[in-house]
Design a binder for this molecule. Structure first.
Ligand SMILES: Cc1cc2nc3c(=O)[nH]c(=O)nc-3n(C[C@H](O)[C@H](O)[C@H](O)COP(=O)(O)OP(=O)(O)OC[C@H]3O[C@@H](n4cnc5c(N)ncnc54)[C@H](O)[C@@H]3O)c2cc1C
Length: 374
């Protein structure tokens, strides 16, 4: 007897939705993804991909295209307002870390999804879901499936319609992300992050001809948040990075950081993944990494479980400790980096330097990179 394919309907064709769709299709599901946008695209500049994300890319066959032309980060340096070295080799400990262009990562995932037989429908806005396995479109159409996945980002309609939201917190922190031209004098394979008070600047080679530059500051730093960026103000805070700041143009985009926490990541036949389930500040460079991981493990767990409801329960139990810890440490990193009292900056420097000396602590902070994905 031929067993009928199980069917999944997914809301959202971002990094999480495309990863889960590809993994489910490769595990034998028929999959349709609904994207509200007119086209598939990803906004932003560069993105860090740690070991866990890279292993998912390998497993779904998107690795080569995603990292092609990207930069392997061999060395990571954090310096304070007096340009003292606080950390080197930050959290690497034998794990791989690449920086790639966001647009390229998204395209690689979309290509892998199409290759695996996933159907993607654009201009299709989801308004919610019911736990019996129905996806509701804004048009009023109701689509039945064995599995519904809400991968529809921070404002998730799927999550909200099922009452799974516990908290969505604006962290009063954010950053501008830019791609600037790379010049021969820029260091290869070396990422820098400089801190001064509540401001941080990251300089990360992301491709042969581009450097990913991020400038972070709290919500109440009015000059820090100007767009286009006030180069004079940022150069005054980070004179050592003037050459990079001078190359900023108005091609960036400001992003505010939010934490999403949920009562549960599943209800009945519905799972929520990615930022819809666990959006976090990007301080550890893991938001997308853990989103890809939970999307991939979802397909893996469902193929091992007797039914979808049991599978979703086991999936959440398997992934939640890693993701919750990552979100917690990312929030803490942001507090230390953004809210630390100015008169006590020397103490902060000593603390960050001390954390760098503890391999165990760094491993705990970057638990996701060391976690069991595939
Ligand atoms: C400044 C910044 C830097 C970051 N840097 C990193 C990094 O270096 N490394 C890392 O791992 N992570 C990083 N992250 C986190 C990462 O960007 C996110 O965790 C990741 O993009 C989440 O992907 P997602 O697919 O869950 O959500 P989204 O990217 O929000 O995608 C959701 C998709 O669903 C669609 N959608 C929404 N609502 C509906 C609807 N009702 N119907 C249909 N479609 C809908 C949207 O159009 C979108 O395409 C960073 C985040 C920020 C803000």
């Amino acid at each position: 007897m031929v067993q009928e394919k199980r069917h999944a309907e997914i809301a959202g064709a971002g990094i999480a939705g495309l990863t889960a769709a590809t993994a489910l299709a490769q595990a034998g599901w028929s999959v349709r993804v609904h994207e509200r946008g007119e086209q598939l695209r990803e906004i932003g500049a560069g993105i860090f991909m740690w070991e866990n994300a890279l292993r998912v890319l390998e497993a779904i066959g998107a690795y080569d295209e995603a990292i092609d032309g990207g930069e392997r980060n061999q060395y990571w340096e954090i310096r304070d307002e007096r340009e003292r070295l606080l950390q080197s080799g930050w959290m690497m400990q034998g794990t791989r870390l690449y920086t790639v262009l966001r647009s390229q990562l998204h395209k690689a995932l979309a290509t892998a999804a199409a290759r695996s037989g996933v159907e993607i429908v654009v201009n299709s806005r989801v308004s919610g879901a019911t736990e019996d396995g129905t996806l509701i479109l804004e048009s009023g159409e109701r689509l039945k499936a064995d599995l519904i996945v809400g991968a529809d980002g921070v404002g998730s309609a799927v999550r909200n319609s099922l009452g799974l939201t516990k908290r969505v917190v604006d962290l009063q922190d954010g950053c501008g992300r830019y791609l600037i031209p790379r010049i021969p004098q820029d260091a290869a394979g070396k990422s820098l992050e400089y801190w001064n008070g509540g401001r941080r600047v990251g300089v990360v080679p992301a491709s042969e001809d581009k450097v990913y530059l991020y400038i972070c500051c709290p919500a109440n730093d009015v000059p820090g948040r100007l767009s286009p960026p006030d180069k004079t103000s940022w150069k005054a805070s980070f004179p050592a990075l003037s050459s990079y700041i001078d190359r900023l143009t108005d091609n960036g985009r400001w992003a505010s950081f939010s934490d999403v926490t949920c009562h549960a990541w599943h209800k009945g036949k519905v799972a929520i993944i990615g930022d819809a389930a666990h959006a976090m500040s990007p301080n550890l460079g893991q938001g997308a990494g853990v989103s890809m991981q939970t999307g991939f493990v979802l397909a893996d767990q469902l193929s091992k479980s007797v039914d979808v409801r049991t599978g979703l329960h086991l999936w959440e139990a398997r992934q939640r400790p890693v993701v919750d810890a990552t979100q917690k440490f990312s929030r803490l990193y942001g507090r230390v980096g953004t809210r630390w009292p100015r008169p006590l900056l020397d103490l902060r420097s000593a603390l960050v330097w001390g954390v760098g000396k503890s391999t165990r602590l760094q491993r705990r902070i970057n638990v996701a990179a060391h976690s069991d994905v595939t």
